[in-house]
Design a protein around this ligand. Sequence first.
Ligand SMILES: [Zn+2]
Length: 370
Amino acid sequence: VYPPRFLEELKNKINLSDLVSKKVALKARGKDFVGLCPFHNEKTPSFTVNDIKGFYHCFGCSAHGDIFSFLMETEGLSFKEAIEKLATDNGIDLPKLQKSEKGEEERKEIETLLMINEKACCFFESNLYKKFGLSGLNYARKRGLEDRDLKKFRIGFAFDDFNMLRDFLKKEGFSEAEILEAGIAGGEKGKLYDKFRNRLMFPVIDKRGRVIAFTGRIIDDGMPKYMNSPETKIYHKGDVLFNYYFARKSIYDEKYAILVEGNLDAISLSINGVENVVAPMGTAITENQLLSLWKATDEIVLCLDGDEAGRKASARISKLVLPLINANRNIRFAFMPDGKDPDNFIKENGKTAILRVLKRSPVFIRIFMA
Ligand SMILES: [Zn+2]
């Protein structure tokens, strides 16, 4: 209900450590503060607070969050109540809420789009285990995806058919206009058809765990090889980091994030044991994506293909990051050896080998000065 800009303003104006220290005795340790975790019983402190990132994290019970979640958890407030309390306690004016009919309409529209994506995701998932889904399941196996991976990433299959998903969604009560708006059907009213056909389907999941779009990999020689949902009211591809939802914890634990170019490279690294990995959505990496990743960690390791395309990408990204890097925003460039991409490199050489390549990569500033 409150605009994201206002939430950012609160985060900038309120030190997380000030808020936490009202309930927990904190001691400074390096860039962090530490104390006894308020969320589990402990005798030695494993609860850390980082003001620069605006996050707390407990190494004992994995509690993790920001000023809002801290208040919600420790005082049992709703998100809205936590915002209002933070603003009032710190003398910050609350913006006037616009409870216009238009806002209400838009909220409903967004809810519907999320519901369609969720239903479609369930539909694709169940298809894998139906008789007609066998070709999809076989393809998934060929790519090294086991049942637990399919379940975790909610991978599914779109039949080679023009109307099964459309008919399913209509039966679920969605109108043709809503189905079109969600971007998973093409055509026009009265002549809708399924856009994703004969593809292994990977949902795009947002930071809150909600399905907002799909990327589909064709399972035979058909074109195009990859197909993504178009932009919608809930999906803005330049802002999305694919796999962030699953990578978040590992990024915190490992203290760096790996950024790969292909979204399915991210899945491949993840199922092979390297989980702190994210990717853009089928587009070049944007400034927004880098900045949002740097909010989660100081260090990004960019993992590029070891070929001409990889070198070209590194030149482009160098220009992009140059004005952005500072003491809390590092980036390294790692190239896969022998013209490999991250997917085939980790499949052939394993986790330890790829981590060695990543760790050996120089920080950006050194490349630049060389
Ligand atoms: Zn804890």
